[in-house]
Design a protein around this ligand. Structure first.
Ligand code: CA
Length: 582
């Protein structure tokens, strides 16, 4: 009966995966290639601190039964180099059920299915790989479910490394991991040269490790609470500071409200909000990076709308307005006690700023902003910010324009989202070229990576399992950490004059997990979604049509309940090689 229930539940979960992804709990296991090869196994988490003797003993008892339970997880990810598997999540399946899965994966991937592969051992299939050779990527299948405990265990098939341990039962997961390793004749070791526990070589003392938390005040208004990795409720800023973050980034919009005082959303980030965020950052020993969008709402390569109040101005008038706005905003932020470390003259200003699209006008505005920064907070560095580093020649072009017009700035900053922005080699090359030619410092002011495919607030995320984007790391807690670690290493070690990396909106999590209706009420009332309906007057084509919640809750460093993920430790690991002390 129990077996029958498990088999039924396997299909049940498979069907519901698309709708109820939170049902996916279990143990992940991989075993590929030469099964006799020595597997070095490393733990991502700080194991000794997480052990729970009672739980471990309980699991030890149950283990032999536990590893035979099966579910399906169609979205696990594998990367192939021609037909050599580089990495994959693979799971144990009983051989008798292989064909059930084969059909599913064929239809899912339109791919070939290899049920042989040398992975059948002791009547169980220890690995399935499904791949589409034309696309050069694969989808691997299935995992073990460990009954009664909600935990995941990911192995990297290529190296045998444990990639992540997560879930409701982190302690349980680690105990299970150790038992599995023992059964496989393997032992756990500290993470080696490819791991995250090594401090980044040459990471300077002052290297900027930042977090953009522009949405935090709105999140808190909506009732969001944050917990450290041990589950203690704490101030978000305290958690971030303890995990190695030394700089908080905040966007500033001129007037993100309609005439009735309704916020446009996205945190309703005006200068007053930035001042409050800067004050709290300073209280926890962190500096502030002020990101002026010079718009009343989102500014990016797709839109650089001028603030409502600047409509109809000549470029001379607009430059003066920008100067005044910058100075007054910085004064407000400083008066609150913030320690402004850097100021950005616009956000992702690829050929446009505050409604201006000619370089003489853009540079006139930037020069006015630079003047205001120098006068108001001479200690702060001035940054310019562009994106799409993968577009050949674009950064050299922008830097050339800034030089041609003699803009006074210190830092040439880039966004780098691995989904869209090309390789890290390219990023290092294009930033280094600017640094070397113009003697500027360079950095990444926005990056992020997904730790899960799943959405948790009923508003679709920018990146999900179905997204046709680059996916250099799996969407796991470990994958997220490795992505961030790789960006830090690239900027710190492989980029000329690289001074820092800022993660974008690492705390913008779901405001509730009950229903879209409940969340919508909060997004509209508190500005905790990416846009409210009130933004339609300013941005009818985008916000007016698609307003809603967080599109990046699966890229935060906190789960849907607000608890910090293990991956948040990556900043401390990068700096010292040690887990943060709390
Ligand atoms: Ca979402």
């Amino acid at each position: 009966m129990r077996v029958l229930r498990r088999i039924v539940s396997r299909f049940y979960v498979y069907i519901l995966w698309f709708f109820l992804a939170f049902l996916a709990v279990g143990l992940l296991f991989s075993r590929l290639g030469d099964t006799d090869a020595a597997h070095k196994v490393t733990l991502f988490a700080d194991v000794p601190a997480m052990e729970d003797a009672a739980l471990a003993a309980k699991l030890e008892e149950e283990m032999p039964e536990g590893i035979r339970m099966i579910k399906v997880h169609p979205f696990s990810y594998a990367m192939f180099d021609s037909d050599n598997l580089l990495s994959a999540d693979l799971y144990i399946i009983p051989a008798s059920h292989v064909e059930d899965y084969a059909g599913s994966f064929r239809s899912l991937a339109g791919a070939s299915f290899d049920a042989e592969g040398g992975y059948v051992r002791d009547g169980e299939l220890w690995g399935v790989r499904v791949w589409d050779a034309a696309r050069g990527e694969g989808i691997a299948a299935d995992y073990i479910d460990y009954p009664d405990e909600d935990c995941w265990l990911f192995f990297n098939a290529g190296s045998g490394h444990i990639r992540s341990i997560s879930g409701e039962g982190d302690d349980a997961a680690i105990a299970v991991a150790r038992r599995l390793l023992a059964m496989r004749g393997e032992s756990s070791t500290e993470r080696g040269e490819d791991g995250m526990r090594e401090p980044a070589q040459g990471l300077p003392e002052g290297f900027l490790l930042g977090m953009d938390v522009s949405s935090v005040l709105a999140e808190e208004r909506s009732g969001v609470k944050y917990y450290d990795v041990d589950g203690n409720e704490r101030d978000l800023f305290a958690i971030l500071a303890d995990n190695g973050i030394n700089t908080i980034r905040v966007r500033v919009w001129n007037d993100p409200y309609d005439a009735n005082g309704n916020g446009y959303g996205g945190g309703n980030c005006d200068a007053a909000a930035a001042a409050e965020i800067g004050r709290r950052a300073a209280e926890h020993g962190m500096g502030l990076l002020v990101d002026f969008h010079y718009s009343d709402f989102w500014a990016d390569p797709g839109k650089q709308f001028a603030p409502k109040a600047w409509a109809g101005m000549t470029i001379g008038e607009k430059s003066e307005a920008l100067f005044s706005f910058t100075r007054e905003s910085l004064e407000t932020i400083l008066a609150a006690g913030a320690r402004i470390r850097m100021v950005q003259l616009g956000n992702e200003t690829n050929g446009a700023l505050a409604g201006e699209t000619s370089w003489p006008n853009i540079l006139s505005l930037m020069a006015a902003g630079a003047r205001a920064v120098r006068e108001t907070c001479p200690e702060a560095q001035i940054a310019v910010h562009f994106t799409d580093p993968e577009k050949a020649g674009s950064y050299a072009f922008y830097a050339g324009k800034l030089d041609e017009y003699g803009l006074d700035y210190d830092v040439f900053a880039s966004s780098y989202y691995p989904f869209w922005h090309g390789t890290l080699d390219n990023l290092a090359a294009v930033l280094s070229a600017v640094a070397e030619r113009y003697g500027k410092q360079v950095m990444v002011v926005e990056t992020s990576y997904a730790w899960t495919d799943e959405d948790s607030d009923f508003f679709a995320n920018t990146v999900s399992a179905q997204s046709a984007v680059d996916r250099p790391w799996p969407y796991t807690v470990q994958g997220q950490a490795e992505a961030v670690r790789a960006v830090i290493d690239t900027v710190a070690r492989r980029t000329t004059n690289g001074i820092g990396v800022v993660y974008w909106e690492g705390a913008w999590i779901s405001v509730g997990t009950n229903s879209w209706e409940e969340n919508r009420e909060k997004w509209e009332r508190d500005g905790s979604g990416w846009a409210s309906s009130f933004a339609a007057e300013y941005d009818p084509e985008d916000a007016g049509r698609w307003y809603g919640g967080s599109a990046v809750d699966n890229q935060a460093f906190f789960d849907a309940s607000g608890r910090a993920l293990e991956s948040l430790k990556v900043f401390s690991f990068a700096r010292t090689g040690a887990a943060p002390e709390t």
